[in-house]
Design a protein around this ligand. Structure first.
Ligand SMILES: NC(=O)c1ccc[n+]([C@@H]2O[C@H](COP(=O)([O-])OP(=O)(O)OC[C@H]3O[C@@H](n4cnc5c(N)ncnc54)[C@H](OP(=O)(O)O)[C@@H]3O)[C@@H](O)[C@H]2O)c1
Length: 232
């Protein structure tokens, strides 16, 4: 693949963990990558220094609508083959919903649902027909599979994200876009913690393979890093 033919991906929330892993995978596979951070990421800067101009770093906090608008403005005219909104937060797992302040609850919802879907709404317009819009959800966002409980606000936020992605996919059904809610598995990151059974490379390699396999398949699906369908 020559650089003039290279596909372009925008990865939102790429400073560390799974987002950074997704940047690595797409660079390895010859893509041009635009990656966003809130502050600085030395790891991402190091990748950019070795990427022969194929990695551009932008700034975005998904909870700040004016930053979403400013990025859309800066990227206007860019054609994306893939938009991947990875940004997300968790909370104290021992905290049931009744013990969480409204402020903490709203922070989780804003970071995991409202912010990411606003990014999809605005920056998804840059994705060309035949392209893909993906959000990083979680297996915990499946309402149907919730038999163990726990992480109540986090589950609710990812279920909200999934539902809004489905609604948006229906609303924009004529655009021939593949919309995906992606469950990365339980992964060794700052969020996943040291007990997680999967490393970032394994999860993100699986996600990149799954994205390639589903490329061009318009519609909406909730899938794992192993390309298995998850019940909503
Ligand atoms: N690890 C797992 O086991 C697991 C399982 C299921 C789903 N997930 C999901 O996978 C995604 C990535 O998680 P991770 O494990 O890689 O977590 P992580 O290591 O904690 O990384 C989270 C990423 O999201 C960014 N972020 C958080 N809030 C943001 C905001 N308001 N605006 C922009 N960026 C923001 C962080 O940026 P900063 O560096 O600026 O904080 C960081 O790049 C999340 O959506 C998470 O819910 C993870």
């Amino acid at each position: 693949m020559t650089s003039s033919e290279a596909s372009t991906v925008l990865i939102v929330g790429a400073s560390r963990g799974l987002g950074l892993g997704l940047v690595r995978r797409h660079l390895e596979r010859g893509w041009r990558v635009i990656a966003t951070v809130r502050g600085r990421s030395e790891a991402l800067d190091a990748l950019a220094a070795e990427a022969d101009g194929r990695l551009a770093v932008e700034t975005l906090d998904v909870t700040e609508p004016e930053q979403i608008a400013a990025l859309a403005e800066r990227l206007s005219g860019t054609r994306l083959d893939l938009l991947f909104v990875n940004a997300g937060v968790t909370h104290n797992p021992a905290q049931p919903i009744g013990e969480m302040s409204e402020g903490e609850f709203m922070h989780v919802l804003r970071s995991n649902a409202y912010g990411p879907i606003r990014v999809v709404e605005r920056l998804g317009e840059l994705v060309t027909a035949g392209g893909t819009v993906a959000v990083m959800t979680s297996g915990l966002g499946s309402v149907a599979n919730n038999e163990s409980g726990g992480l109540e606000a986090y589950r609710a936020s990812k279920a909200a994200l999934n539902t809004m992605l489905r609604s948006l996919a229906v609303r924009k059904g004529d655009r021939r876009i593949c919309y995906l809610a992606v469950d990365p598995g339980w992964v060794l990151t700052d969020m996943g913690g040291p007990e997680a059974p999967l490393d970032v490379d394994t999860s993100t390699r699986g996600i990149a393979d799954m994205l390639e396999a589903r490329r061009g398949q318009a519609g909406v699906a909730f899938v794992t890093h192993e390309n298995k369908v998850v019940p909503w």
